[in-house]
Design a protein around this ligand. Structure first.
Ligand SMILES: [Zn+2]
Length: 211
């Protein structure tokens, strides 16, 4: 493949290690399903190792990507990095029909798109440990939140804050398990689900989103 890549993909922080490697991407086609018409079929380099998906020696060279956030677009890509779902085709006819149903694809990871390989590598080697830890206490938690997590919302009544990992999309709640202690005691950071985040904070994304 000689043509300059259109962008770079990384699924750093996802469970399957092979996907964390930054990959060059070339746009191939725009796809639709029943719900939306803005999925993108891409070719990638290097290929994804197919063995993980029961494909034996056959590697995956085409993927389908879709934006995760409402209001962001791939046609054209409006924000960097772009947060996306990564899916593989279970049915090769998709590339011809440019249409698929839910059972013709499998979402294999969440990822991010970058303009340059350098940006993708910088993200991949970042300090995300959200797959290793689900709970952090005191200073360790505060340092981790400051250096890595994005603050979404603070609940000043209940003394808790919602954070989100920019790499994995996982949510963290900071709270004070011993509020009667002097100064509120040490904070504790625990991972919570998106549903829990929405239930407790009423949001899962920062509300003041620049347009
Ligand atoms: Zn993280």
């Amino acid at each position: 493949m000689q043509k300059t890549p259109d962008f770079f993909l990384s699924a750093a922080g996802e469970v399957r290690g092979d996907l964390a490697i930054p990959r060059a991407c070339w746009m191939k086609a725009r796809l639709r399903d029943d719900a939306r018409d803005d999925h993108m079929l891409i070719q990638i380099e290097p290929p994804v190792i197919g063995q993980t998906y029961g494909l034996g020696g056959q590697n995956i060279v085409d993927l389908i990507i879709s934006t995760r956030h409402q209001g962001s677009s791939l046609f054209p890509i409006t924000e960097w990095p772009s947060y996306i779902y990564i899916a593989r085709m279970l049915d090769g006819t998709i590339a011809k029909t440019l249409f698929f149903t839910k059972d013709q694809i499998e979402i294999i990871a969440w990822g991010m798109l970058f303009r340059t390989l350098e940006e993708a590598i910088a993200q991949t080697t970042s300090a995300c440990k959200c797959d290793l830890f689900t709970q952090l206490e005191g200073n360790e938690g505060e340092n981790y939140a400051r250096s890595h997590l994005a603050e979404i919302k603070t609940d000043q009544i209940n003394w808790k804050t919602l954070y989100k990992c920019p790499t994995t999309g996982k949510y963290w709640r900071e709270y004070f398990p011993f509020p009667e202690a002097h100064g509120g005691g040490p904070p504790e950071f625990v991972q919570i689900s998106a549903a829990q985040a929405l239930d407790e904070f009423g949001v899962t994304e920062p509300s003041a989103k620049p347009d």
